[in-house]
Each structure stands twice: as C-alpha cells, then as structure tokens.
Design a protein around this ligand. Structure first.
Ligand SMILES: [Zn+2]
Length: 276
C-alpha cells in the first residue's frame, strides 16, 4: 500500500516534469528554429502552423487532465441522499467488491482514493485518481491528445536534430542507431549536452506517445463492448446492448465538440439526472 501511495505522488510529478520540459523545448527551441527559415511566408509558415497545432494538442491534454482530477469518483451515499442513485442489493450479479459502499452494479471501492466509483475502470497513477463513469470521457481525450502531442514533439525534435547536426533520417535504421551513436559522441565531447538531451527526449516522446495511443485504443474498444477494465479483470459479462448506446453513454451527444475543447460529458445519464 505504501508503494502504491508513493507511486500516486511520483507519477503525477513525473507527468508535470515531462510536460514542462516539452513546453520549454517546443516554445524556446523547436518553434524559434523553424522561424529562422528565410524562404518561408511569415503568415502561413510551417513554424506558425506547428506552433498552433502544438498549443491546441497540449491545451486539450492539460484541460482533460484537470477535468479527470476535478471529476473525482462520486460519493454514492451523497448521491443517494439527493435521489440521483438507488442502491441495489449487494448480491447483485455484477455487483461491487463487498465493501459497504460498493453495492451499485460495476462499482468498486478504491483504497487509495478512499471513495466508491460508479462503473469503475481502473486507478490511474498519473492523475492520482480513479477512472469511472464521470471522468472516462476526459481520460480517453487526455490519452488521445497526450499521444498526439508527444508524436508532434517527436517530429519537431527530429526536424531540429536533422537541421542542427545535419543528420539524415531517410534510412529506417537511422532512428535505431541515433541513440548509441549520440551517446558515444557525447562522451567523446563531439555532441553538445543540449542536443544529447533532445535526442533522449525523442525516445521518451516515442515511448509515451505509443503507450498513450495503445491505452486509448484499448479503452475505446472496451467502451464499444460496454465493459470496463475492472469488469474484465473480475470476469464479469459485458452489457448486451448496441455499441452506439455504449459510445453515447461515455462521450455524450456532443462528442465532436469534446474532441476540440476539454469539456464535461454533458450528454451522460449522470449529468442529465443531476440537471433534473
Ligand atoms: Zn482510486
């Protein structure tokens, strides 16, 4: 438990450090170096388009990150008092984990958050929060935009390294041999520490980008099947209903707007009930 609590503090700090470093490199190194191209049109230059794209992706990633934390797992007893939920028998076939508060279908009591989550999926260490019915949409959007921001930073970093060090990335082996070659050049004093740092960040962005993209695809697959990660782990059956309904429950009716700006799941049953 102590290790999990430690991870719950270290992982968000790690995420924030990577975000600050990425912002710094993009805004003070990659984008200014793109503006130095004398042949580019200053109004529609690739540097300006890249800057706008990076700010859009990172604003969405950070906005959804904040919304995941803000939409903490609901206190089911408080909801019951408001008449929003109805507690069912603990012996329900898809019921909770035996904790007094986990009597709603698909609920789970998280010892780290010390709360009960409705339609619990998993505990996310990077946000230090449980992912459930209230913040699932923001979590998927956070994964999507983080993976795109990482891949965007990787492309910008590759462009920067190839222009500064005159390295060609045309060969498919170039990216694989870049790290060992750079390390040996760095220790022999031929490679400055800033460029070495950017090369290390390229591999970190690739790793985080691929991991977030894989996580996002797996999560969307589970949503389409109407299942949560917790239900898969416990061997619970998926809900027998159309995939469109499952998708609408998580992303709401205004799903397209949610892709463009960080917003709450206004179309979900929970928020509709709350509005009434
Ligand atoms: Zn939790």
């Amino acid at each position: 438990m102590l290790v999990l609590r430690f991870l719950n503090v270290v992982a968000p700090a790690y995420f924030l450090c990577i975000s600050i470093v990425t912002f710094g490199l993009q805004l003070f190194l990659f984008i200014p170096s793109m503006f130095q191209d004398p042949s580019a049109n200053p109004l529609f230059s690739s540097a300006l388009l890249h800057g706008v794209l990076f700010l859009f992706l990172s604003a969405n990633a950070l906005g959804n990150y904040i919304l995941v934390i803000q939409n903490t797992p609901e206190d089911l007893r408080a909801q019951e008092d408001l008449g929003l939920t109805k507690l069912v028998a603990p012996e329900s076939e898809e019921g909770g984990n035996g904790h007094p508060g986990s009597v709603l279908p698909g609920t789970h009591f998280c010892r780290l958050c010390a709360r009960v989550t409705q339609r619990h999926d998993h505990h996310c260490f990077f946000t230090g929060n449980c992912i459930g019915s209230r913040n699932m949409r923001n979590f998927v959007m956070f994964c999507l935009h983080t993976s795109l921001a990482c891949l965007d930073s990787m492309v910008a970093g590759v462009a920067y390294i190839s222009s500064v060090l005159s390295t060609s990335f045309a060969s498919p082996m170039a990216f694989l041999t870049l790290l060992p070659n750079s390390i040996s050049q760095f220790f022999s004093g031929a490679l400055p520490s800033l460029e070495m740092f950017v090369i290390l960040m390229l591999y970190l962005w690739l790793g985080i980008g691929l991991a977030c993209a894989g996580f996002c695809c797996h999560q969307i697959l589970l949503i389409l099947r109407g299942q949560t990660r917790y239900q898969v782990r416990k061997g619970m059956a998926a809900r027998a209903r159309p995939w469109k309904k499952n998708l609408e429950e998580v992303f709401g009716k205004r799903w397209l707007l949610g892709l463009l700006i960080p917003m709450l799941n206004v179309g979900s049953d929970y928020h509709r009930q709350k509005e009434k």
